[in-house]
Design a protein around this ligand. Structure first.
Ligand SMILES: Cc1cc2nc3c(=O)[nH]c(=O)nc-3n(C[C@H](O)[C@H](O)[C@H](O)COP(=O)(O)OP(=O)(O)OC[C@H]3O[C@@H](n4cnc5c(N)ncnc54)[C@H](O)[C@@H]3O)c2cc1C
Length: 533
């Protein structure tokens, strides 16, 4: 009976069709989890269980509502002065709520991963996976470097504001080229590329799960089901399954082949820690027996974004008003020379159109792409329903704030350019009362505003980074296997090494596509793969 259950959502989990043993258990039906479950289900003799804590169609509030621990001098305008850590909940995960920006990063990013010992992750090796996942419908894109016909549809905005072209022209004057920033490398400006189709958001579940629901009878999907631990045999150090909580009942589900964690950059390390994989010093005091002493959550990459510049133009809105939208982005090098040792961009500038009161307004946002400060997370209780403690550590390295101020100086240069002069821009001061006593436009003013209105860009990553065990900083190997524990893999934003763009979903999609092939070739070597595009 169980085998006939077609890619069924087993909402609430108590379903007679649930098996007790699967070949693969994929934990987290978000961005990576949707890809991996779907790709593994292509091997029809394998049974796959995908477990998602949120609802099938996304929760009414599809967010985990996570907050970082309070930290002086950052997110001062947020409730309780605690940075929100955005995280999506439901089938599709973050792709239910993200800003849909599709940005791959540059070849040198991935070549950097390879130089750190992950040779199979060089740009040459990851490009085929970007091409496989993409369905790019943008005229200006470079054909050899962009994919067509893959599951993830990527489009430009159908309608743009008239002033975005002024922004692009002003950036061109600064030496930035208008090219496809997902194909070219550096110093670029372009219109945003979004994961959308026919005017609608495309989630990972829309791209990888829904079209195959009736086809993949070997894929079972449990929603509203929260994995609480990975089961590890202490003798063999092998993952053997998971415990999962549904409707208040905890049950065990076993895996024949592998458990694959795709619960995202906060909950994947959380599950590892709860399961005895993490820093011994912090797990033992909580009474957790340690299976592998690894730096889980010890470092967390995250970027800060602020929109400090808000400007009114002299233009009234001709058409019916459109909502606020990100329309263009520029990647440039504005860093202090002594601190920027990379070839790639140091800053990203975002152009956001914000019509209001029948006038055309816009704002410029800034992300410093290579912050020196790193966050971390840790467990403070063994209760699996309590999220870990999250520390952003924003600006704890003082050079980061100086880089932000430098980036804002570039934004000011852009709006003071000849291109913008005909729009007679007027600056709008932000609602940040403690900054009002400072003179608008001074470095001191910008620092104050950034500390008040800034927040976490996108989402953290790199809490379980890939690399060789001997470097002491990595949690998974280049094959994404957890060091020292057999049959357990991580494949999501947790494993990412730094990339020079402020966004992560494209890289996560690529990681998941590549991980799927790694798993298939490990378990299916020599057999004919039933592949699909
Ligand atoms: C508000 C917001 C805006 C963003 N905007 C952009 C953008 O414009 N461009 C961009 O590139 N990136 C953006 N990002 C980041 C990007 O979407 C993520 O980095 C990426 O999608 C992460 O994928 P993932 O698979 O690692 O995690 P997720 O997609 O978060 O998937 C994890 C899944 O696991 C589930 N889960 C967690 N714990 C458990 C458990 N114990 N048991 C079962 N299930 C569990 C979660 O509910 C979730 O569905 C944004 C993120 C957010 C939150």
């Amino acid at each position: 009976m169980a085998a006939r259950c077609a890619a069924t959502a087993i909402a609430g989990g108590i379903a007679s069709s649930l098996r007790t043993v699967y070949d693969f258990i994929v934990v987290g039906g978000g961005t990576a989890g949707s890809v991996i479950a779907s790709r593994l289900a292509e091997i029809r003799r394998w049974n796959i269980l995908l477990i998602e804590a949120g609802e099938e169609a996304g929760d009414a509030d599809p967010s985990w509502r996570l907050r970082a621990e309070p930290q002086a001098g950052t997110c001062l305008g947020a409730p309780d002065k605690r940075c929100e850590i955005p995280a999506g909940k439901g089938l599709g995960g973050n792709t239910l709520i993200n800003n849909m920006l599709y940005v791959r990063g540059t070849p040198s990013d991935y070549d950097g991963w390879a130089e750190q010992g992950n040779v199979d992750w060089s740009y040459r090796n990851v490009l085929p996976y970007f091409l496989k996942l993409e369905d790019v419908r943008i005229k200006s894109s470079t054909r050899e470097q962009r994919g067509k016909g893959g599951p993830v549809s990527i489009l430009e905005l159908p309608k743009k504001s008239p002033i975005v072209d002024t922004f692009v022209a002003a950036c061109n004057r600064l030496g930035l080229r208008t090219v496809d920033y997902n194909a070219e490398t550096n110093q670029t400006v372009g219109y945003v590329q979004l994961t959308r189709r026919r005017g609608k958001r495309i989630t990972a579940a829309d791209a990888y799960i829904r079209p195959f629901r009736t086809v993949f009878t070997n894929l079972h999907i449990m929603t509203a089901a929260r994995v609480t631990r990975v089961l590890i045999d202490p003798r063999t150090k092998q993952a053997t399954g998971v415990t999962v909580l549904t409707n208040g009942i905890e049950r065990r589900v076993r895996s024949n082949k592998e458990v694959i964690l795709c619960a995202g950059p906060i909950f994947t390390p959380h599950l590892l820690l709860l399961s005895g994989i993490g820093p011994k010093d912090s797990l033992e005091p909580l009474g957790i027996s340690v299976h592998a002493d690894l730096p889980v959550g010890v470092e967390m990459n995250l970027r800060h974004v602020a929109f400090p510049l808000h400007l009114a133009t002299n233009r009234t809105i001709a058409d019916s008003p459109t909502p606020t939208k990100l329309e263009a982005m520029a990647f440039l090098n504005a860093a202090l020379p002594q601190t920027h040792r990379h070839f790639g961009a140091s800053h990203e500038i975002l152009f956001q159109y914000e019509p209001r009161d029948s006038r055309e307004y816009f704002s410029l946002g800034l992300i410093h792409l290579r912050p020196a400060s790193r966050g971390f997370l840790r467990l403070n209780t063994t209760n699996a329903l309590h999220p870990p403690l999250i520390y952003t550590n924003f600006f704890t390295d003082p050079s980061d704030m100086e880089q932000v101020v430098r980036g804002i100086a570039t934004c000011v240069k852009i709006v003071q350019s000849d291109e913008f002069s005909k729009l007679e821009l007027k600056a709008r001061k932000l609602q940040a009362p403690p900054c009002d006593r400072l003179r608008y436009g001074t470095d001191e003013y910008w620092r104050c505003v950034v500390r008040h209105v800034g927040h976490v860009a996108d989402q953290p990553y790199g809490t379980c980074p890939m690399g060789s065990r001997s470097n002491g900083r990595s949690v998974v190997s280049a094959e994404l296997r957890v060091h020292g524990v057999d049959r357990l893999r991580v494949a999501d934003a947790s494993t990412m090494l730094p990339v020079a763009n402020g966004h992560t979903q494209a890289t996560v999609y690529m990681i998941a596509e590549k991980a799927s092939d790694m798993i298939k070739s490990y378990w299916d070597w020599g057999n004919e793969l039933e592949r699909r595009r």
